[in-house]
Design a protein around this ligand. Structure first.
Ligand SMILES: Cc1ncc(COP(=O)(O)O)c(C=O)c1O
Length: 356
């Protein structure tokens, strides 16, 4: 892929056009096509994509400060940061234990008359959707936002994530399945009005140069990132297939009563952004792997409602499963890890005996 990336970067350098040019336009078109949405807007990063969607709905009068949004307790904090910043009230709920994502049917039970939006994170590349519950929620005017930062290329019943809800946020942070050479993100939607507002908001709130209709932001994708991301989008099937082969090797080889492997979800394409095992002896398991030369990570050790920034705001919440997951999840190496290496790591896991 390197020669193609080099060629794309040189094309931009030679063009002398670094923002809002033909690469961005093509990237947006190609991303929207891939995700089955009618349009996309490239943004500075995934957090801004989420912020722009929420602000966009506010400008359209569909969301207002004080409205309630629902998100999963175990999501990455970026899903809810823009909500609290914009004065929305965040209600966190425990995820489904199999998918680690919100179960929309279960989320219905948590809605109130003030619920205006559900932000569903397809965590770890696990897609999650319930078409019937989604239709009922939509009939009540509840906006369904997909945080698709970790799940580009995933599908549910053949439908790509990013096209299931009313709008979706993408991150192209370098560690994502499709990673930029820096920060980048995007919004996908089939709501032309929302896309129009977001396009303005991401460029100082202006639709016409030097005329600001909204108090906007500066959060555009740049031409270099767009050109290189276009290359990576073309390689997405191979990128997903490589992760899938490694995940398969882990799942076929891990066999230890103290460690549970992640579920393979029926009717879905998972994209294995993370391969996350669970163990009640997680910290010991992590040390055992480190002693054997295997680096692992925890996504995420402190859930948002336990973060310092939400002290006095969200820390009254009781989310037993979220808290258990924070103590038990462990992400094994996946990007760039070959299936034979995964099988070796599985053997190390199989030799793990907790002392506690
Ligand atoms: C679930 C989720 N949402 C949002 C984000 C924010 O994306 P970014 O880092 O591009 O701002 C990330 C990634 O970091 C993420 O994993």
């Amino acid at each position: 892929m390197l020669p193609e990336l080099r060629e794309a970067a040189c094309r931009v350098l030679e063009s002398g056009r670094y923002l809002s040019g033909p690469e961005t336009e093509s990237f947006e078109r190609e991303l929207a096509r891939l995700c089955g949405a009618s349009g996309a807007v490239g943004t500075g990063n995934g957090l801004d994509a989420l912020r722009l969607i929420m602000r966009g709905y506010m400008e359209l009068g569909r969301l207002a400060p004080g409205d309630e949004i629902i998100a999963a307790g175990n999501t990455f904090i970026a899903t809810i940061l823009p909500a609290t910043e914009l004065g929305l009230e965040v209600r966190l709920i425990d995820p489904d234990e199999t998918t680690h994502c919100i179960d929309l049917h279960e989320a219905e039970n948590h809605t109130t008359d003030r619920t205006r939006l559900i932000a569903l994170t397809h965590l770890y590349g696990n897609p999650s959707w319930d078409f019937e519950a989604a239709a009922r929620l939509r009939r009540r005017g509840i906006i369904l936002l997909e945080d698709n930062a970790q799940a580009i290329g995933a599908t549910v019943a053949g439908h790509p994530t990013g096209s299931l809800g009313d709008a979706a946020a993408f991150s192209f942070y370098p560690g994502k399945n499709i990673g930029a050479q820096g920060d980048a993100g995007a919004v996908c939607s089939s709501d032309a009005e929302l896309l129009r507002v977001i396009r303005a908001l991401h460029n100082y709130g202006s639709e016409e140069k030097y005329h600001s209709r909204y108090t906007g932001y500066n959060s555009r994708i740049d031409e270099l990132q767009a050109a290189m991301l276009r290359v990576k989008l073309r390689h997405l099937p191979q990128i997903t297939a490589a992760r899938n082969a490694t995940a398969r090797a882990y799942s076929e080889s891990i066999c230890n009563p103290h460690v549970s492997a992640p579920a393979w979800l029926d009717g879905c394409t998972q994209v294995w952004h993370q391969y996350v095992v669970r163990s009640p002896h997680r910290d010991e398991l992590q040390k055992h792997l480190a002693l054997n030369g295997v680096d692992t990570l925890v996504h995420y050790p402190i859930p948002p409602h336990r973060q310092e920034c939400y002290r006095g705001v969200l820390d009254h919440l009781s989310l037993p499963l979220t808290e258990r997951l924070a103590n038990e999840v462990l992400s094994l190496p996946i990007a760039g890890t070959r299936p034979d290496e995964a099988r070796e790591i599985a053997l190390i896991i199989n030799n793990f005996k907790p002392k506690s």
